[in-house]
Write a protein that binds this ligand. Sequence first.
Ligand code: GAR
Length: 198
Amino acid sequence: MTHKRVAILVSGGGSNMVALVDSMTGDHPARPCLVLSNDPKAGGLVKAAERGVPTAFVDHRPFKGDRAAFEAELMKPLLAAEPDIICLAGFMRVLTAGFVSQWNGRMLNIHPSLLPKYKGLHTHARALEAGDSEHGCTVHEVTAELDDGPILGQARVPVLPGDTPDILAARVLEQEHKLYPAVLRRFAAGDRTPVLLG
Ligand code: GAR
């Protein structure tokens, strides 16, 4: 079997990346080919290297907000890795429409809310402020619009009395680690039926 090649983009600790990498064994139709970060110090790079996955970084800071120039550099290790699928996993840079269009239908993202609710940042605090009784996470196909695009899976968690943004984030993150591998497995097999958990 020829495995689908998966590149994973991270900015931080990379716990979702670890869940994805660790899931790609046995009869899984995909294997990791690269973990790429915009931050040379991202903890995810170390964890990927420990798992034998090739790593690279392109520090976004010298580009001083010139997204197109940053993305041109980001494209180099990505193209060299020849991914079939790109997973954004806590990648905290906004990508331009031009970059996204080059990976049309092949790029996934995980977002810590039940989209279309709470696009952008501070999703857990916003769910608490709104008095929501449930919250969760979404994996979706990446399109030019931020945190938009066809939904490939969602996991729901209850909001409980006494929750703080951190407590709620931890409950959601546990589900992210189940949802993203489940969606990737399906997606890599050519199945876009949404995965619904919780
Ligand atoms: C995750 O909660 C992910 O959903 C979120 O960042 C965290 C990364 O954690 N992503 C976004 O907010 C994207 N806008 P991780 O590095 O441990 O996977």
